[in-house]
Ligand binder design. Sequence first.
Ligand code: MTE
Ligand code: MO
Length: 355
Amino acid sequence: MTEPEGITFPELRLAARNHAMPQEALRWPITPIGLHYVLVHYDIPAVDEFTWRLTVDGLVSAPLSLSLEELRARPAVTQAVTIECAGNGRALTTPRAISQPWLTEAVGTAEWTGTPLSPLLDEAGLDQDTTELVFTGLDRGIEGGLPQEYQRALLLEEARRPEVILAYEMNGLPLPPQHGFPVRLVVPGWYGMAHVKWLRAIIATRGPFDGYQNVRAYRYRSVEDEPGTPVTRMAPRSLIQPPGIPEFSSRDRHARPGRHVLEGRAWSGRGRVVRVEVSTDGGRSWSDAKLGQPPSPFAWAPWSFEWYAEPGEHDLCSRATDETGETQPLEQAWNLGGYANNEVQRVRVVVESEP
Ligand SMILES: Nc1nc2c(c(=O)[nH]1)N[C@H]1C(S)=C(S)[C@@H](COP(=O)(O)O)O[C@H]1N2
Ligand SMILES: [Mo]
């Protein structure tokens, strides 16, 4: 890993409010709530669950206004979903965008409970001309010089997928404030920005929606003034549960020589993960890891790999391939916003000689 140079104060401010998943939390198939990564563009709103309502209007024949109790009374599903921030890995790109300076762990997997969105749209009598839904959160702020509410549009065919839910529980508990209390959208397979938190309104439109988070942010671009293409589903990625013990500040690992079972997790929003390979020499040679069952079709899969550690320094790497054939690159392709960085992670391990 090349060290990111000259982290700026604006980046430090963001890094100190948002947090990644500690790497050792990969040991849990379902990330404990407080260890799931957090990303909040503006302020975390305080919401009164008794006066909160979700409206569904726009191109509909029967607009809805639902209380939390009414949403909770609807058919419920619980599904494990892996969510990763689109900016994960941004701090490792050169030159890098000045934004949340993630390294590799802006990810987590929770069990989200909620009601499927599609039947609600039928109930609202969606107009045939609808092409997009606009989801609005209760949080407001200024971004790119523009005052705005956090808003994201999703194409109707994506929003209609059965796994898209309005979630009110995370790991069996009401959503905590930072994860979108009382209700958030969950769009399995998509990068984090699509999963709108503190949801207050769904508007059916004919599109194309031109809100900031769709047309300015979250675009693959190489220069500022090109329209670019939208960031959508998560690229394949894998992480290594770090062996041994860490050195306090470098986070280098120190491990004993001999047999280790390396473990980690792998995911992709573009197709099932079909292969994970491990390298113990910084990516020069690769061997297949054993791939396990994911907790759901929308969640990361566990992998393991037996390693006989010789004394010395080793760079452990893992790379995932999904069923579309897409594999993690050794070096990230660059884009202006630092999005969808999925280059293979490197974990430096110092193996001490036998005491
Ligand atoms: N209303 C609202 N929803 C939001 C955001 C936000 O700032 N406001 N951030 C988005 C981004 S960029 C990410 S990565 C995920 C993070 O979700 P988490 O904090 O629950 O992990 O929420 C998304 N939903
Ligand atoms: Mo994000």
